[in-house]
Design a protein around this ligand. Structure first.
Ligand code: SF4
Length: 234
């Protein structure tokens, strides 16, 4: 039976996972954007930002995020709010189902978790409106749990960097496995790594264009190394 493929095995000495991680983190320390939800580790604040960022651009979310937290400063305050008020606070962000789910989640956390948002991704994923990505994001951003958070930006970076020929079928599983291998267990934080790889996907390795010529992880990226001008699709 062939050995299980890891980024390290697939990449070669210069393109190791450790090299990728090191380059990525160094770049993020210098170029990561200062966003309001990056200034907090409060699980409730992280959760609100993640719900808002689902399907909505960063620039649009910034103003809503701060206003929403002023209106509902704690998960208890949100749980106790009338549904119509929560919907009104969400007005302009669209996709109102998210507001409904967030409100239900707050009530569930108050009812079943004593008002404490769980840190375990397996518990988080059982809450209303929380998928695998959001569970990983809250666990790593709020609690420093070494778990991946693979959204569309991250999936695109992982695919291009480590699996440029990955067939569609089974791709998600493989990308999550790769994400799990890359998240640091010690030293650099899970928060930093997950934020950094998302940022790379948002700013450099974008859906429209892979800006390989100015990409910090290029020497550790399979697509970047081959100089491929047509990277695999997002
Ligand atoms: S080198 Fe190119 S393909 Fe690779 S991660 Fe950077 S931008 Fe994406």
């Amino acid at each position: 039976m062939p050995p299980k493929s890891t980024p390290e095995r697939a990449a070669g000495p210069l393109e190791s996972a450790a090299d990728f991680r090191r380059r990525l983190l160094r770049w993020f320390r210098r170029h990561g954007r200062d966003l309001p939800w990056r200034r907090t580790r409060d699980p409730y604040h992280v959760l609100v930002s993640e719900f808002m960022l689902q399907q909505t651009q960063v620039a649009r979310v910034e103003a809503y995020y701060l206003r929403f937290l002023e209106q509902y400063p704690s998960i208890g305050a949100l749980a106790a709010a009338p549904p119509a008020g929560v919907r009104e606070s969400w007005e302009g962000l669209g996709y109102y189902r998210r507001a409904h789910h967030l409100h239900s989640l707050a009530q569930e956390v108050m009812r079943s978790h004593g008002g404490v948002i769980p840190s375990d991704p397996d518990l988080l994923v059982r809450l209303p409106g929380v998928g695998r990505y959001t569970a990983g994001a809250v666990a790593s951003f709020a609690y420093e749990i070494a778990t991946p958070a693979v959204d569309t930006n991250v999936a695109r970076v992982l695919r291009r960097a480590f699996h440029p020929r990955l067939p569609r079928s089974g791709a998600q599983r493989r990308l999550w496995e790769t994400g799990a291998l890359l998240v640091p267990r010690r030293g650099a934080s899970a928060w930093s790594f997950n934020q950094a790889i998302m940022e790379l996907g948002a700013l450099i390795c974008t859906a429209r264009v892979a800006h390989c010529s100015r990409c910090p992880v290029r020497p550790a990226c399979k697509t970047g190394q081959t100089g491929n001008r047509k990277p695999s699709p997002p």
